[in-house]
Design a protein. Structure first.
Length: 318
């Protein structure tokens, strides 16, 4: 009788756990869809370590797809306009316009992948309570990493509309590494597109440049990236012109569906001082090594173990 009662209690417990997990995944799925399907305008604060910046965002799902404009309100003027996967960055200080494709990481509040199945093997989910963010009720959801190669996340999803109100990245000690949260948020009902243009000075002559070069370098056949951490997959590879470099730099992007890692590979120039070792800035880790006459630098908002493993996974064919 006791064993039957214990079995019933365990069955009830596990059914509640799985029900809670299903609910949490549904909340995240709704948040992902809301960020891309709703039209909204607001101001969010991005904080990483001691650095904090306010960003104004306007997003509209109109006509042929998504349009968004992000304006950094603090420090150096900078604007990002995007239409689908096409991104244009205006930097008023150096009077440059950079055109590129959206690569790797998405922007707040569209941080989550379109398909939650892509991250279920890398993270486990847990539903939390309700907390107020910017005057609105937010449903808390925890994403906890299944290994040491990614951070944890805490999300606050608007209870009514599903849109992410706040997102926090946490380390293995559950300490906040960085966070983004709306301080103002308004849903838009009209389809006026007058806002979709940069605030540029007509007296200045802006220089247009493409951040990525077309095609894959021939040198790519001479190296491989093997044994990357589980869950990460290659999502893009381009060549980039970098100021001060005599040859283009190969840029490879990996993602687990949420976190992203950039691997930069270039021949070590004669007389250049090689970079080696690990550095960190907030949630972002950098790891540099020199292998077979090539400088390899790995960057990502991931733990140190991840960038170091990527850096040492690059090998060259003899």
């Amino acid at each position: 009788m006791r064993s039957l009662l214990l079995a019933c209690l365990l069955a009830t417990h596990f059914s509640q756990v799985y029900a809670g997990q299903d609910e949490a995944w549904l909340v995240l799925q709704k948040a992902s869809q809301a960020a891309r399907e709703l039209s909204y305008q607001g101001v969010f604060v991005y904080q990483s370590g001691k650095v904090a910046k306010s960003v104004q965002i306007t997003h509209m799902n109109y006509g042929q797809g998504e349009y968004a404009r992000m304006l950094v309100l603090d420090g150096q003027p900078r604007e990002v306009l995007s239409q689908g996967n096409d991104v244009v960055i205006f930097n008023a200080q150096n009077e440059k316009v950079v055109i590129e494709k959206r690569r790797g990481q998405n922007m707040f509040p569209a941080l989550l992948p379109a398909n939650m199945d892509s991250i279920k093997n890398s993270y486990q989910v847990r539903i939390g309570g309700l907390e107020r963010v910017g005057g609105r009720d937010g449903q808390v959801v925890f994403l906890e990493p299944r290994d040491r190669y990614r951070y944890g996340y805490k999300f606050w999803a608007d209870r009514e509309y599903g849109l992410l109100l706040k997102a926090m990245t946490t380390n293995e000690h559950n300490e906040a590494m960085e966070q983004m949260a709306f301080s103002q948020l308004t849903l838009l009902n009209n389809q006026n597109m007058d806002w979709f243009q940069p605030k540029v000075d007509p007296r200045k002559s802006y220089v247009m440049e493409d951040a990525a070069l077309a095609g894959v370098p021939a040198e790519a056949e001479t190296w491989t990236v093997a044994s990357v951490p589980a869950g990460y997959r290659k999502v893009d590879q381009v060549q980039r012109n970098v100021p001060g470099k005599t040859v283009p730099v190969t840029h490879i992007i990996y993602s687990d569906g949420l976190a992203s890692v950039s691997v930069f590979i270039e021949p070590l120039a004669k007389g250049a001082r090689p970079k080696a070792g690990h550095t960190a800035m907030g949630a972002t880790n950098f790891y540099a090594v020199v292998t077979d006459g090539h400088q390899i630098v790995v960057v990502g908002e991931v733990p140190e173990a991840t960038v170091s493993e990527f850096a040492t996974a690059v090998s060259f064919k003899k």
